[in-house]
Every structure is written in structure tokens, then in C-alpha cells.
Ligand binder design. Structure first.
Ligand SMILES: [Zn+2]
Length: 237
């Protein structure tokens, strides 16, 4: 019974027998140093994979018989197919990545829709409220290279008065602003890309103000799976 990695092309058995005959105990350094690297560079890693029936890991990884096998396949200009399980695994990985890309694009569309609906509803209020997205640079840890912390907040450009005056935000304040936690959102800098807010507290607050849901932005289960709690959330303030 053949192993999964055994090559299945018709010439393999005869080729391997010939390679075994040719192989000597002492490998020619020229094979390792340039003949095999040149051959694989010219024909490709997949070609070497198909000939050997297993991934090609460089000339140093080859036995003498493998070296002869590759040289014979090159001399005879063989171009075997990759093992079927490799072809299938690659196709599956590609399909998976396409599905992943489509799912990510669909999610991005939902996020955009939710956010644009909230922005439009804020602007359509009797006293229009304008918002922007700003990154929180308050933490000193932002100074460390590559470290992103703090999230992207919804910051008011115009004053917000909602819920009969109970909710009030001044221009420059984030929706999640609380006097007791003001120092956590001290340095908010507007971002000029098309990023969406990520601060859940901000999103929840403005969604309530306009009476809209923001399930995707809040990372909640999709509509229909949420039930009573969600209905209460979207009642509006
Ligand atoms: Zn926030």
C-alpha cells in the first residue's frame, strides 16, 4: 500500500529503480551546490514536489537516490502532476480563503450600513449632531512602536443634548465620556481614513440616542437571534 506522499505518476517506479542504481554512497557536491538548485530553480518547487512525491526542502534534504531521481526526471523532461491530495488541499485552502474574504467583505458592508445609518440619524435630528471617528492616544503605551491600544471612539463635533437633557456631550468629547473616566479619553485625534468606531460604549450610546441597532458593530449575534434584550436596546433614548 502506498503512503499518501508516494508519487503516482506512471514513470515513477522505473525512474526510482534507475535512480537507486545510479546513486552512490558519496553524493557529488556539485549536485548539492548547483545542479539540483539550478534544476529546481528552472522547473519550480512544485515540479520537484511532484517528482519526489513530497515537499522539496532544498538540496541538503535529499538522499543520493532523490538527487538522481530529480536529475533523471529533468533529463527525460518529465512533468508529473502534483499528488492529488496536494491539489485538493490547495483548492480547499483557496476556497476557504475566498469564503473568508467574502465573509469579511459582507461584514464590512454591514458595519458601514450600521454606522452610516447612525451618522445620518444624528444629522437628521432637530438639532443636528455631527460626529467623527477619533483614535484614543491617551495611553502612554501608544508611544511604543506597533502597539495599538485604546480603540477608535465617536467624538462629537457639535453639542449633543438627548434624553431630555440627561445625556449631554460637548464638542470634542467622546460618546463614552464620563467625568470620572475623563482621563482615559483625554487625547482623541481624528483619523482621516474610513475606519469605523470600535469603542463599544460609544457605539452603544449613539445607537440608543437615535434608536437604531448596531449589532454588527457591537459584535452581537445577528438580528433574530437576539430576542427581547435587543428590542429593549433599540427602543431609543
Ligand atoms: Zn468611546
Amino acid at each position: 500500500m502506498s503512503r499518501q506522499s508516494d508519487p503516482i505518476y506512471p514513470e515513477y517506479a522505473e525512474l526510482r529503480a534507475e535512480a537507486d542504481r545510479r546513486a552512490s554512497w558519496c553524493v557529488d557536491p556539485a549536485d548539492i551546490n548547483f545542479r539540483i538548485p539550478d534544476l529546481v530553480a528552472a522547473r519550480g518547487y512544485d515540479w520537484a514536489y511532484a517528482v519526489l512525491g513530497r515537499p522539496y526542502g532544498g538540496p541538503q534534504s535529499l538522499y543520493g537516490s532523490d538527487i538522481e531521481l530529480l536529475k533523471l526526471a529533468g533529463e527525460r523532461d518529465l512533468d508529473p502532476s502534483l499528488p492529488q491530495h496536494v491539489v485538493e488541499a490547495r483548492a480547499a485552502a483557496e476556497a476557504h480563503s475566498i469564503a473568508g474574504q467574502e465573509a469579511a467583505a459582507a461584514r464590512r458592508r454591514l458595519l458601514d450600513e450600521e454606522w452610516q445609518a447612525i451618522v445620518a440619524a444624528l444629522a437628521a435630528r432637530q438639532n443636528p449632531v455631527l460626529v467623527k471617528v477619533a483614535h484614543n492616544y491617551t495611553s502612554g503605551r501608544h508611544c511604543e512602536s506597533g502597539y495599538v491600544q485604546g480603540g477608535d471612539h465617536i467624538v462629537f463635533e457639535t453639542r449633543l443634548l438627548a434624553s431630555a437633557g440627561r445625556l449631554r456631550r460637548e464638542p470634542g468629547q467622546s460618546a463614552c465620556y464620563q467625568p470620572s473616566r475623563a482621563r482615559n479619553v483625554e487625547v482623541l485625534v481624528e483619523v482621516d481614513d474610513d475606519r469605523l468606531p470600535t469603542c463599544k460604549s460609544c457605539i452603544r450610546t449613539v445607537a440608543r440616542v437615535v434608536g437604531l441597532g448596531a449589532a454588527t458593530m457591537l459584535g452581537e449575534p445577528p438580528a433574530g437571534a437576539r430576542g427581547y434584550a435587543a428590542n429593549r436596546r433599540v427602543r431609543g433614548w
